[in-house]
Design a protein around this ligand. Sequence first.
Ligand SMILES: *Cc1c(COP(=O)(O)O)cnc(C)c1O
Length: 426
Amino acid sequence: MFDNSIKAYTQACEVIPGGVDSPVRAFKSVGGTPPFITKGKGAYIYDVDDNKYLDFVQSWGPLIFGHCDSDVEEAVIKTVKNGLSFGAPTELETQLAQEIVDMYDYIDKVRFVSSGTEATMSAIRLARGVTQKNDILKFEGCYHGHSDSLLVQAGSGLATFGTPSSPGVPADLTKHTLVCEYNNIENLKKCFEDSNDIACIIIEPIAGNMGLVPATEEFLSACRELCDKNGALLIYDEVMTGFRVSLTGASGIVAAKPDIITFGKVIGAGMPVGAFASSCEIMNYLSPDGAVYQAGTLSGNPVAMTAGLTNLRKLKANPNVYTELNNKALRLVNGLKEVASANNIPLQVNTRGSMFGFFFCEEQPFNIKQVAKCDFDRFAKFHHEMLKKGFYFACSQYEAGFISTVMTNDDIDECISAASEVMKSL
Ligand SMILES: *Cc1c(COP(=O)(O)O)cnc(C)c1O
């Protein structure tokens, strides 16, 4: 049933490293061949073997209204006919920025870029420029894109300064990155004792890159307090959670508010868009107003802006979607937990808005070390068997899942009954 995908993958591997343009797509952590996708429609995607899948990945988050949403599609086609790019200002950028600024009390200005990686990289440069400090603090298990200073792992022992997690990143570039355990306030305090040169904390306030692991309110408040006390800025990386877990993302549902927010994914509705946003005071440091340099030839691309604008306006016009999405997410994970426990399989579940996560382990994980103790073999089997039954889950236990508005309760119930069969063989 995967013959054509296997062929396509073999051909891809000859001309593209690992056959993919982003490593997670290669299915390395679950094994097997990734299906090569031909099209999406609503809640479903189709592959080169004409298999149909209920899609819980949604391009890793952007497609909150599902594939080929007619409003986004129409707006994009209309814009395309006027030209793909100008490298000059368009009113679409102002309109999208205005939509975002209107949502938050503490956000006055937005700068658009073309990916989440660019958004976090630029936000960090801005924080360093504003504070005139050099170090940054990140948390194990949080992913902020692949820029050099963020590809770090915790140092050995008690060291809080990170070491490169990839060849090609000089240690000189990561020596300014401190790495701390997620949800560990003591460890966080130690970082601020180890360095008086911290420009910013960058955090996924609801982590979606170690499965779904929310930070506790106490932890985020400690981040806020320590930043204020030490003249550092707090960056919420909401590339995944922005407009996903609520209209105003994680920032909207937790008590501690950030200084800078980074966006991606939903903000582009599937087109390559990222953004970072903050108060006037902070954003005015950016060039051309200020001295902190940041630029992009295709930034604010009109087609991408149109897609994002349509997505956000539609979300704003339908404030009830988040409750509906969360109800469906709960229906899914509670159903999965039930069929797991019927087969004596321990399963931990979590949801935030339209995001969900599940872990094959005994206790709810709060950090990456605990996630790493989950049963990855069992997850791989589950993933593969569900794929064969037409359910497309993220191909790693370290990834979150997504519900779209076009997914029905019947879709979800079918998934649960398929899972019930699969769990018997795990
Ligand atoms: C996806 C993601 C990124 C990176 O975005 P890209 O568009 O892949 O560069 C950064 N931060 C978070 C939280 C993400 O989920």
